[in-house]
Design a protein. Structure first.
Length: 58
């Protein structure tokens, strides 16, 4: 196998992977995007307190 054949097969493989990735991403983007929507959850329900760990005494 010459270096030219190796380079062309490598480029061909890269092209195939890129096409497959573009196809996958296109299918993923078909759904409705909710990226700009606002979530109903904005903060924690309980106040944050420092947890205290104690050793077992017996």
């Amino acid at each position: 196998m010459s270096t030219e054949e190796g380079a062309s097969s490598s480029e061909d493989m890269k092209r195939k992977f890129k096409e497959a990735l573009e196809k996958k991403n296109a299918q993923h983007r078909q759904g409705e995007s909710h990226m700009d929507g606002d979530s109903a959850v904005h903060g924690a329900a309980a106040p944050q307190t420092r947890r205290e760990f104690r050793r077992k005494s017996g």
